[in-house]
Design a protein around this ligand. Sequence first.
Ligand code: 0A1
Ligand code: ZN
Length: 883
Amino acid sequence: MRTEQPKTIYLKDYEQPDYWISETHLTFDLHDDHALVHSRLSVQLNADKHGQALPALVLDGQNLELLSVALDDQTLESSDYQVDAHSLRLQPASASFDLAVTTRIKPRENTALEGLYQSGAMFCTQCEAEGFRKITYYLDRPDVMSRFTTTVIAERGDYPVLLSNGNPVASGEHEGGRHWVTWEDPFPKPAYLFALVAGDLCLIQDSFTTMSGREIDLRIYVEPENREQCAHAMDSLKRSMRWDEEVYGREYDLDIFMIVAVNDFNMGAMENKGLNIFNSSCVLAHADTATDLAFQRVEAVVAHEYFHNWSGNRVTCRDWFQLSLKEGFTVLRDSQFSADMNSETVNRIEGVTFLRANQFAEDAGPMAHPVRPDSFIEISNFYTLTVYEKGAEVVRMLHTLLGAEGFRKGTDLYFDRHDGQAVTCDDFVKALEDANGADFTQFKRWYSQAGTPRLAVEGTYDASARTFSLLFRQSCPPTPGQSEKKPQVIPVRMALLDAQGQEMPLQLSDESRAEGTERVLAVTEAEQIFTFTGVAEEPLPSLLRGFSAPVKMTYPYSRDDRVFLAKHDPDGFNRWEASQALAVEILQGLVGIHRAGRPLMLDQRLLDVYRTLLADSTLDPAMVAEMLRLPSEAYLVELADVADIDAIHYVRDWVRQELAVALEAEMWPLYQALNDQVPYSPSAAAVARRSLKNTLLGYLMLCPSGKALDICVRQFVEANNMTDRQAALVALVNSSHEEQKRAALSDFAERWQSFPLVMDQWFSIQAAASQPGALQRVQELMQHPAFSMRNPNKIRSLIGAFANQNLVNFHLADGSGYRFLADRILQLDPLNPQIAARLLTPLTRWRKYDEARQALMKAELSRIIAAENLSPDVYEVVSKSLV
Ligand code: 0A1
Ligand code: ZN
């Protein structure tokens, strides 16, 4: 139990800072077991707030050893200031002064990976959100923007590369083999965008000519053994830079743009000004070692961080409650980019699948919060799917409502108006309103109300009046602290289909003539009717196309309607959606039948849809692969009130096997045709073919004929890329062919043992395999030399994969999975509280399970909260989950 209750911080308490810092001069003296940080700040009173009175200056600081303080070059006595565990407080004598502070820190002992730390042999930083205060005393808040000049001094032999933000302006040698480099960043920035790197890194270099003809020096720094794995990241960077010019009119501003890959990193990457620091998993990609999915992730994350240079850095957040200002917008930007680079429909399907299985679950759980939260204890806990993914959906809806052109006018005004400022989500929406003469007052409830809205739709056709009415009813379930919800603006992109599946002309009752065949209806009321006139025959509506709003929509479609839509809807996304919904309905029905102890029978309509897909050679193979994929266990759990995970798992596996057996004859020739042994290519078309081929392999391996085993083993051995090799390994690991499985796993480990990212895949494939005994396997794997509790990627790929992806084993009725996870969280919390808090997610979902499991899960949460010296990170998640 904690003795001191951590403090809750509220948005409503926001105040401007008492002081500004115009200039920040830093010198880092890096040594093996410590670093000396000299800071010299030019500080000015915030006169708007205080007139002439001089309040105390209170700087944030944590885990710092304070060595000296000087005010305008006068060294202060320790009686002149107060230091506690979180701050340094002193009384200025004038409205403008220089403050010089020296601190000593211990980067090697920094296992939380926040502030300045060591990853392997290199020094690096992570300052977002509040890591800078672990480097030196500072006003560590995003509305304090300052010009940084940074000098890094270190041993030349071990640290030939010394980097920070901006441009290098001077360098030199010191006695005894030490050297130094000074970097100057001309753009004022908050401390969370500060970065420093020192190491023995190799450089991959390229260049980019901007729209105004400036030549930008592009640099990727990695450890020498990874040199061959940077081409895709570099290419993605150049395409991102061009895309941001073309689509948003945004040009890069500094002369250098740098990316550094580090192995120990809490998140995916960080958008530090001019010096992005990346988890190596989001930079490195080579066909031999990375799957197509990993390639796509690298492309998306490189783009995301690059796009932050405008949406995040040039215009930043006033306070951390506004986090979605930069994250929601930037996630939308990176997904638009990925859609443009790949298939728009497939990209949207992947995004929606992820959102519904994960963010919807967060929105229905104890940590549910609005896109702009009202309060937090630890801001790190609010880098969530709601702030990122739902936040992106909110901006996407604004895009849908304004249209591409209106949206672009709005973002131009936003960037123009707020360049160099720290602003709020309201400022963002205001710019979109002002540029378009729009009123988003009601729309802004998306920022303040948590929970996933329900949208129940009904359609009525009046044959004599030739009208078709759509009745929309919206509601939103209560979430923590919000019992009542007001109606939100829900854009519904839709069409009406005739009996041939053609889109019909659309005319609303208050319109004089029909116009177009697709509309966006803005549902704004709790209950609202839209009536279409001149409707020649009873239509089938195609609703919420492209998932135009993050809601749970229902419409009383029959299964035959869904089959029709899955085959005929001209909108590709909604074809997929219809096949998903059909599969969900069938699986849910079978779960009930299985629980009642009755025999299972597969609705032939699902087979019919799948058979048609397999026969249609005109379809995009990636799209076919998406449609052949059954809804995940996680999504089925999310949809259930109380999830019977054993039944869900059993039924889903059973349906997969039925499908495989029934379609084996159709699947074989298609697999063979796709398995054409052509040389590897990373093109979108080749990725699509691999995706379908490997989906088929997964099904074929379920057939009792056993015909697929040899082919799968051959694919594993002979593959000329990691996508095919890994797909074969997954199929083997999830099969009952023990001998082949063991051989493949040990062959794989031996071959890739010195590639940490490949070993991550090896860990997670085993951790996610649903056969009995998974927990013991995971415990054994924790002893493997490639595993480490100090490396977030390893924790995610072994412990995270087990708890989040292996639902039957994690939820074993004896509670062993829960106990194991709680033990790991307690073990990790003193080392890395951010990752420990993130590992809690599956335990926070206890309301979804039966009473016995609920009791077991809550018992583990209670055991965690009773522990001594819990971090605020873990304390916040556990205490909110137990309410
Ligand atoms: N801003 C980064 C990701 C990031 C988030 C949180 C962090 O610490 C709590 C660190 C980095 C991005 O969106 O890419
Ligand atoms: Zn981001």
